[in-house]
Structure formats: C-alpha cells, structure tokens
Design a protein around this ligand. Sequence first.
Ligand code: PLP
Length: 385
Amino acid sequence: MLSFIRSDIAQLTAYTPHPGGASGSPALSSIAMDRLDTNECPYDLPSELKEKLAWTYQQLIEANRYPDGGHEAIREAIAEYVNESLDKPLTAANISVGNGSDELIRSLLIATCLGGEGSILVANPTFSMYGILAKTLGIPVVSVGRSEANFEIDLAAAQAAIEQSQNPPIRVVFVVHPNSPTANALTAKELEWLRSLPQEILVVIDEAYFEFSQTSVAGELAQHPNWVVLRTFSKAFRLAAHRVGYAIAHPELIAALEKIRLPYNLPSFTQAAAQLALTHRKQLLAVIPEIRANRDKLIQALSGHPALQVWPSDANFIYLRLVEPFKDDALTHLAQNLKAQGTLVRHIAGGLRITVGSVEENARSLSRLQTLLEASPSASPIPLS
Ligand SMILES: *Cc1c(COP(=O)(O)O)cnc(C)c1O
C-alpha cells in the first residue's frame, strides 16, 4: 500500500461497474446478452433524434470551448419539465445538475457530513451508492432494516437510530421512491415519518424511477426546506450513456451544491443530449405505459410459480426471491444459469432484480426462468461453450 493513501481507503473495494454486455465480455461475445441488470430503458434514442444530436455537435458545439458551466439553459428546461406535475412552479434556482445523480449524492454528502459533522442513515436493502460514496469520504453509515414482507422501512429502528446518534449525529436520511432493488414506493406511514424529521436532518428522496412510478414528493418541497429530490436522465429518458442527473431543492441547498461541484462537470454534448430529450419527452416517454403493462404481465406470469416469491413493483424492474427451502447458493446458481443463457440480472440482497426489457427480452426472461426452475434452482450452472 502506498503510504500516502488514507488508511480507510485500503479497506474499500472499487465499485464493479456494469460489465458492458455483449461487447464487454469476450467469453459471451457470440451471444447477444439481454442486459436486464441495470434498469435502463430497453430502447435506444430513436435514430432521428440521434441524427439531430449529431447535427447539433457538428453545427453548434465548439469542441475547443469549455461547456456552459452555469447550466442555465438546461436548468430552465428541467424546471419547466418538473413544473408539469406541480401546482406551485419552481425555477432554475431550485435545480442543480450533476454528472449523473451519483455526483449529486457525493456533493450532498460533502455539503452535510464531511469533516466529522455527520453520519447518514440508510434502510437496507437499498441503492448501494449512498453507502459507497459516504465511506470514500470517511462518513459513517448507519443502517436499519426493512420488513421482510413488504420492504417497508423499520421506522422504529430508524427513529431510535436518529435519537441515539451522536459523534457525529445523523445529518442525512437517504430513501429511494420507489426503492431499488425492492421496487416499492414510499408508503403513507413512511412519508409521515419523513415529514416529522427535524430541520437539522436533510431528507434525500431519490426519484430515479419517477417516470415509471408516476409518483413524486416534489410538490411538498416548498413546505420542506430540508428535503431534496434527486432524479436522473439515465432511466426513462434513455440517456445513461450521457450521465445527467439533477437535484430539486430549496435555493440555499442548490447554492451549496453549486459551490461544491466541479465547474465543467457536464460536457457540452451531454447538455445538448439532455436538452434534446426534454424537447422530445412526449415521444420518449410514450413507451412508459407499455413498459408498465409488460412489467405487470411478467409479475403475473411469475407469481404463480411455487418456487418464487415476487413482489409488486412501482418501477421498471421486478424483485423476486426463492421460497424456502432454497438457499442463497441456489439463487447464485440461478443467476449464473440465466447469464449462461444470455440474460443478465442483478443478484442482490437474497433476491434477483430483473429489469423490464423489450417484449422479446421479457419473453426470454420468463421462459429461461421457468425452464431453470423446473430443472431445480440449485442445479449447477450450464457451462459456457
Ligand atoms: C439508476 C439510479 C440512479 C441513477 O444514477 P445516475 O448516476 O444518474 O446514472 C440513481 N439512484 C438510483 C436509486 C438508481 O437506481
């Protein structure tokens, strides 16, 4: 270990990114993989929009010039989009844009907890980046559990953790609405608890799947200056390759995030892509009802299976577990067998998270799962050859 590197960094392992599907894995390059492990939209940008974007690059973007570091145009456009579902309009002063919402999560941690000022609270299983990013900054992570039946947060444990926390106290609570990997939206009880939290605690509500869930707390932001909503262009807007996320919050919190971020965090091409996606949002979001309907069909088809427990979903992915007596290694085998057959899924928290893909991908997910379960979920993986 190089002696100038912080000792706590030695304890961490680097995040293993998405393997990159067919092209990223030489052993599987002959098979077109169904990449159902990262919850993207199954459809690429339509080619006429890609052509428009290419034209923008060719005609309007000067590669030798720095990007718009104030994000004026894109923040205005995002505010207009957010306002579509609000009674009281927000402005660009309520919006900060990040290189993916991951960047905003890190900025929020820096703004609140760095330097021993605070720790964070998460309810597992949930999105792993909150804990991963906190640890890289030396910020303690307090975890509570969820109901095994419906994945509701253990609110008694969460409240107790907040009351007992000191040195440093809990400064931020992270929730996902709907949660990943378990696909459940916040319940009335959970929302009531979040509303009851004191002003010294920042509540981060990650709405990465807003366009699929069609439910948001953005309308309550005006009453809660200690709340921030995070959203992303990586899922419903089909721009995961471009890395754009945004925060919606009180202007003072936005001003803090603006101080923390790198000045040119969003490339010009990425800003152009986000602008284009917003301009054509009607067209891009038109597939959402279809994805929701396909999700429900997938859930219904799998729900009857005696070896599976499948939960309802408010997002574009489903979560399932094997029922007793199957153990976690049976699930590992199942995930490996699915991969060997060409379906990538996420094995997480004792279950499988499967993205709703195209109609063909969903049909393959279903038939591969059913076939493998018939053969016994604990069967050894099919060798790749
Ligand atoms: C996918 C996802 C994001 C998006 O992250 P980006 O950095 O914007 O790509 C954020 N939060 C959750 C819970 C997600 O599942």
